[in-house]
Write a protein that binds this ligand. Sequence first.
Ligand code: LLP
Length: 407
Amino acid sequence: MSRELVIPAARLRELAREFGTPLYVYDEATILERVRRLAGFDLVRYAQKANPNLALLALLRSVGVAVDAVSAGEIERALRAGYAPDEVAYTADLFDARALEFIARKPLRVNCGSVDMLPLLAKARPGAEVVLRINPGFGHGHGLRVTTGGESSKHGIWHVDAPNALNVAQQLGLAVVGLHVHIGSGSDQRNLALAAAAFENLAPLVRRTLKSLSAGGGIPIPYRDADPDFELGSYAQTWRDAARRASECVGRKLKLEVEPGRFLVAESGLLVTEVQGTKRNGGFDYALVDAGFHTLLRPAMYGAYHRIEALTSADRNLRPTVVAGPLCESGDVFTLTSDGAPDPRLLPALARGDLLAICDVGAYGMSMASRYNSQPLPAEVLVSGDNARLIRRRESLEDQLLHELDL
Ligand code: LLP
């Protein structure tokens, strides 16, 4: 076994027995440790799209982490988890009617990624404070689909348009109190540093009203043992230096925010899945499990790598195995290359009933799960020391049919 599991195998086996599989299990201590690592920033804001379970939101709120929301649904979740409206930021490139209704009624912070949101905001909440999300003209993420800067991304106000956006905001009577940048998810050290430099130059344009700068999210985590270490200390220092220079320039201390999703929760999460059968097709050995891309989409969608560990089989002869799910779709495989070809992993001989843990799935696992093939959404459990608590029950078939009209 390469790295240790954040929750020991014996405990995962017990939880699988108690709550069934597929099962998402999160380790509270890991999440709290990641929060502590971000102490170099003035404010940590959790990008809840990574995992919006109410119990996780309440946990992060209890340790002073603010929250980001990208939809009316995420705003509602944050409020239900106990967040005060002014601890919630709505970050988007558009307003839909439901989000605009929240904005009109509650003092949420609004982070606009398009200039045409400004008149809508001014109408919904005259004189409001606003944050502008700037697209700095370049971006970087773990893949093109999660790169959120540059002209091939729809996100943010194009950097060249920033002075115009500031004028428009001023004319509408809005106060631009913050600048925000997010260049991509699962980015790297160099690009995140470049963003700080590019962004710092904008502060003088908002000299009169600016109060905060946000570095966005994007901090990577080591999915593979060989992934380079991310130097969190030097990342925070780069941004602190940029914020200090910007503060000197505007003549007041600017608050420095960071907005991670993946970094806070990814490594806390394990997906426990049970082998339902095995087969050999040509040169490939397959283990077919009860989780699929309806449970964890990242491998099928991005060719993302997730470590897989056997929890039951004691066989020491490792063999190349393709781990695939139950869906009626050949791309329903967890072990793929980034091009989508089968990429077998070395695993012990597996048989029906064996359990596997798919690692580092706390971010963009459950939040991207679906009911494809009428599969029920899985259960989620939060482990806090000796205590394990069900934080979402497994769906029943009745739950799935609830919104369909009677025949
Ligand atoms: N802030 C903004 C404005 C964002 O758009 C995102 C992610 C974040 C923060 C948090 O990024 P993080 O720290 O988690 O990298 N489904 C993809 C990730 C999509 C991220 C979208 N935006 C995946 O599974 O890798």
